[in-house]
Design a protein around this ligand. Structure first.
Ligand code: R5P
Length: 294
């Protein structure tokens, strides 16, 4: 059980959601009403008053339910006179930060606005898709601290390969910030139109590479592996180019459909952080959230 060293001395209070038990023993109650509505309770609300409160709550899986729980919790705290830092390692809807077709919702901005209005002092998150660099930002009225998992993912890959040299690559230019500080290069990905049907998904139309990978060990690193299409295309590309060992890493691993099995079969290793629990979550986000865990 995690013990917080400075909590008492510095008037810090940690609220831990049942969906983030890796941080510490949860101290928030979640239930569901018989019709499926969400019930939340912060038993220690009174003890939060006058303290710096950090609320650890995942916003995925079940993103719509988890977002609503966050809004309920933030409102309870707001009514209690408390403005917490919300620590959620993955921010859902972060990829809908642009309007592709007229009439679409700018979901990323709307969600940030909801969290700000509900009372979040700041959101602490990891490799937020639309920010594309580390640091503090304001988006949709919400202050966001974006922390990158790139260093830890790269160190983890190196620990797997031992002394062998490693070429670090991102599958698209959007993820270049993950690799640029490590001499990494980026491929160029072009998305197609939305596919027909109920799923709002734009296929990966092409992926091009303008550098050599022949005979090299390659780490392909992205902010997320969702359906896996991007990573699968990237692995196919470097395999065709004659790469030796190929490792795949991402901060957030959803591994929808059968993408994890496919990636395991075609690469020499796949891993992510545990921002989203999954079978290859090998890098612990607590190492990145240290400053909020003392
Ligand atoms: C998009 O540009 C992101 O950085 C990821 O490359 C993308 O979201 C991964 O999605 P998928 O696994 O579905 O290709």
């Amino acid at each position: 059980m995690k013990r917080f060293k400075h909590a008492e001395a510095y008037h810090i209070m940690y609220l831990i959601s049942p969906n983030f038990p890796e941080i510490a023993q949860p101290n928030i109650e979640f239930k569901t009403f018989p019709d499926g509505d969400s019930y939340v309770r912060i038993q220690s609300l009174a003890a939060c008053k006058g303290k710096d409160v950090s609320l650890f709550h995942r916003l995925y899986p079940d993103q719509n339910g988890a977002i609503f729980q966050a809004i309920l919790l933030l409102n309870v705290l707001k009514k209690g006179g408390v403005k917490p830092v919300l620590v959620s390692p993955y921010l859902p809807y972060s990829r809908q930060d642009k309007i592709f077709l007229e009439g679409e919702a700018l979901s990323a901005e709307i969600l940030c606005g909801l969290l700000a209005n509900a009372g979040a002092k700041k959101l602490v998150t990891l490799d937020c898709h639309f920010l594309k660099k580390e640091g503090e930002f304001v988006y949709g009225g919400l202050k966001i601290e974006n922390i990158s998992a790139n260093r830890l993912l790269i160190e983890h890959a190196k620990s797997k390969l031992g002394a062998e040299a490693l070429e670090i690559i991102s599958p698209d230019e959007g993820a270049n910030y993950l690799v640029s500080g490590f001499g990494g290069k980026s491929m160029k990905k072009v998305r197609g139109e939305y596919e027909k049907g109920k799923e709002a998904y734009r296929t990966v139309a092409s992926m091009e590479r303008s550098f050599e990978v022949k005979g090299k060990n390659v780490l392909i690193i992205d902010d997320m592996i969702s359906t896996g299409s991007t990573m699968i295309k990237a692995v196919e590309n470097v395999r065709k180019g004659g790469a030796k060992k190929v490792l795949c890493a991402a901060t957030h691993g959803f591994f929808l459909k059968d993408s994890l099995a496919k990636l395991k079969a075609m690469s020499d290793g796949v891993f992510t952080t545990n921002s989203i629990p999954n079978p290859v979550a090998e890098v612990d986000v607590r190492l990145l959230l240290k400053k909020y865990l003392e």
